[in-house]
Design a protein around this ligand. Structure first.
Ligand SMILES: Nc1ncnc2c1ncn2[C@@H]1O[C@H](COP(=O)(O)OP(=O)(O)OP(=O)(O)O)[C@@H](O)[C@H]1O
Length: 698
């Protein structure tokens, strides 16, 4: 409660008046956008109208639809803050900017605008000209409360409501299973990254719950607002799996950004894997040395040897290897994907054949002329010209016979000739990405040739049966092969955000870079949470091969999810899996984590009892049970999902719950190469309560 009780009520009332005015303006803008949309949709496009007219109308309709969606998305939490300058000015901060012609100052300032910066960055040490920062708690369109922070040294007045910290309130709220926007409470260290002017690669690291995902998503929204050229080319958010993407899917739309593409690496490649690769195989397939092997393999299919022989009419024409090599080098120099470069190769070969034939024709005619002249003393060319003159053609079609050779016709004929294509195929076969990957991984000779620096054992691990289904670790190989064969991906982005970036393998980084030619990226992650396929332990190691050595590194240090009590119990584990990493400190406190023990045959009953108790004591809270992947089916059939979400440890990254029960830590540790890190992830998902059930025989 404020020390000025009535003052608080007065302030709430005053804010309500402003908020109502802002919503009225929003309604007006939505109404106007809807009217524009309806008018565009109604506008007659002449049936004889040009395609361009239709195109422009569709474009306008798309624009107005997006505007309606943007404005409507701002409905919830439209106004959340206000800043008051020491000189008496005041600005309200919200999800978007709203201006009226009649007023000099905006009614509402977009949180991303420069004018909103002090709302996030001003401190008592650096008040940035502010006297006061105010947070508004608004339910629907009703202002419930306000709370102020005084930033300069002026004394509090009856108009200042010095109340609870708004962040504490947000954090205490129950989890919903979906991440929400944190735009009203972005903290200074987070905000600085979100608003960074850096357009290259920004890396954000930090322990579990330090707000890396929050930063990544708000950064995407900021880029769309502040860097229009990047925004035009699109923003991509990459996440580790569909469950995670679903968890964060509401954040950007709630910030009015609907055009961001959310995807996993598999979705990006357009290949759905049918199997999951484990251990050493996953690690080997993730290494970017496989990219070189694939490139060498494709290169080996590009006229590696031999001459070129084609049948032309009744004759065989043979191009010597020297000409083939020249055509190959020309095609390779085009820098196109293998299949398109094949067209260049074919064209150059055909040019060479045409030249050869033309030279042959000229030589043959000259030889005949010479022979006839020698035998008869007659100059055939001159005789032909005389004949023509006698017929009344002065200088008409008296072309020399060599000029009669129609090179274009010969070239066109060769291009269409199936035999020619077959001969080209033998030297430079068309390839499908799948064939390239299969060629590398199914023929024992291929790894030996292209991955000579691997040990025999490693090469043996890579071998697969020709009809084996594609695995998750094969997807980046297929994508790499597609880029070699078909050229770079058609869809690229102006900015890419990668969450759980520690998970990406060298091959996956290459996929990402291919889709972001400008190399403008925000990457967030934590190596202490790395899964089994990532081998790097530093950002330079992880990013160096695909992105080079330059990136902007930030570290978040304050935990907003996990309580300090939980973080302390994971301290030893963290020291083992990430020696040297400074544990983050949490602003949350709660009950000490509990450990229960169960026998294998009593585990389900113990877990059910725990969940029943938690549900009764904390109704409406979101509970998660995290277990080794292999145990998920058993617990699901035991009906655990009645009380809690059941999460395989391999998919727990990034998620959060009010209460978490971790089943059999030893089993989680033993399940995968990254077992201890999986356990660390599992233990750091709760905002309030953590219970661990260890399983002991007998
Ligand atoms: N500034 C903030 N305001 C409100 N909530 C916040 C803020 N920063 C973080 N949070 C909340 O803290 C929790 C953890 O944030 P987030 O998931 O972004 O952390 P993370 O660093 O990505 O965690 P992990 O490493 O486990 O994936 C979320 O509930 C998030 O909404």
């Amino acid at each position: 409660m404020s020390q000025f009780g009535d003052g608080a009520a007065r302030q709430v009332k005053a804010e309500q008046d402003h908020v109502t005015t802002v919503y009225d303006l929003l309604d007006e803008r939505v109404g106007e956008a809807r009217r524009q949309l309806a008018a565009v949709l109604r506008s007659p496009v002449d049936s004889a109208g040009s395609g361009r007219e239709v195109y422009e109308r569709d474009l306008a309709a798309e624009r107005w639809t997006a505007e309606v969606r943007r404005l409507e998305a701002a409905e919830t939490g439209l106004v959340f803050g206000r800043i008051d300058g020491a000189e008496g000015s005041s600005l309200h901060i919200g999800r978007l900017g709203l201006h009226t012609d009649g007023l000099d100052l905006p009614l509402l300032v977009d949180w991303r605008a420069e004018a909103a910066r002090p709302f996030y960055e001003a401190t008592t040490l650096h008040p940035m000209g502010l006297r006061r920062r105010r947070h508004l708690r608004v339910d629907g369109r009703t202002v419930r409360a306000v709370s102020d922070e005084l930033l300069d040294t002026s004394p509090a007045t009856a108009d200042d409501v010095l109340d609870d910290n708004p962040l504490a309130e947000v954090l205490q709220a129950r989890r919903t299973g979906r991440m929400g926007a944190a735009v009203a409470t972005l903290q200074t260290e987070q905000h600085a990254i979100v608003r960074s002017p850096h357009r290259g690669v920004t890396v954000v690291q930090g322990g579990p719950g330090t707000g890396k995902t929050v930063v990544a998503l708000h950064r995407a929204a900021y880029v769309l607002y502040a860097f229009p050229r990047m925004a035009e080319r699109g923003v991509l958010v990459l996440g580790p799996n569909a469950r995670f993407l679903d968890y964060v899917s509401q954040v950007l739309p709630s910030l009015g950004e609907n055009d961001v593409v959310l995807a996993t690496c598999e979705e990006l490649a357009g290949t759905e894997p049918q199997a999951v690769e484990h251990g050493e195989v996953a690690r080997l397939k993730g290494s970017s040395v496989l990219a070189e092997a694939l490139a060498r393999l494709v290169r080996g299919r590009q006229a590696a040897a031999g001459d070129f022989t084609v049948r032309l009419g009744q004759e065989w024409v043979r191009l010597p290897e020297r000409d083939v090599v020249r055509a190959r080098d020309g095609a390779v120099a085009s820098g196109l994907g293998h299949n398109r470069a094949r067209q260049i190769f074919k064209g150059l070969l055909i040019d060479a054949v045409t030249d050869l034939v033309e030279r042959g024709a000229v030589e043959a005619l000259e030889r005949i002329d010479a022979e006839v002249a020698a035998a008869t003393g007659l100059d055939l060319d001159r005789a032909a010209a005389e004949d023509l003159r006698n017929l009344g053609f002065d200088d008409g079609p008296a072309a020399a016979p060599a000029d009669a050779f129609d090179a274009d016709a010969v070239r066109a004929g060769l291009l269409d000739d199936a035999h020619v294509d077959l001969a080209v195929e033998a030297l430079w076969p068309r390839l499908a990405p799948e064939d390239v990957v299969r060629a590398l991984l199914t023929d024992p000779a291929a790894p030996a040739e292209h991955l000579a620096h691997l040990t025999g054992e490693e090469r043996a691990l890579l071998l697969r049966a020709p009809d084996a289904p594609w695995s998750d670790a094969d997807v980046p190989l297929l994508d790499e092969a597609a880029s070699l064969v078909e050229g770079p991906p058609r869809r690229t982005y102006g900015h890419v955000v990668v969450d759980e970036a520690q998970e990406l393998t060298g091959m996956q980084w290459r996929m990402v870079v291919r889709r972001c030619p400008a190399r403008s990226m925000t990457l967030v992650g934590d190596f202490a949470q790395a899964g089994p396929a990532s081998t790097a332990r530093t950002w330079s190691e992880a990013l160096g091969p695909a992105l080079g050595p330059r990136f902007d590194l930030h570290t978040l240090t304050v935990g907003y999810r996990t309580t300090q009590e939980i973080l302390e119990t994971t301290g030893d584990l963290l020291a083992r899996i990430a020696p040297g990493q400074t544990p983050s400190r949490s602003i949350r406190h709660g009950e000490a984590p509990r450990v229960l023990t169960a026998r294998p045959d009593s585990l389900t009953a113990t877990l059910a009892e725990e969940l029943r108790t938690q549900t009764a004591e904390h109704p409406g809270e979101l509970l998660g049970v995290i277990c080794a992947d292999a145990r998920t089916d058993g617990l699901r059939s035991a009906g655990i999902t009645r009380w809690a979400q059941l999460i395989p440890a391999s998919q727990a990254r990034g998620l959060e719950f009010d209460g978490v029960v971790v089943i059999d830590p030893d089993e989680i540790v033993a399940a995968r190469g990254s077992g201890e890190r999986d356990l660390y992830v599992s233990l750091t998902r709760a905002t309030k309560r953590l219970c661990t059930i260890t399983v002991r025989p007998g």
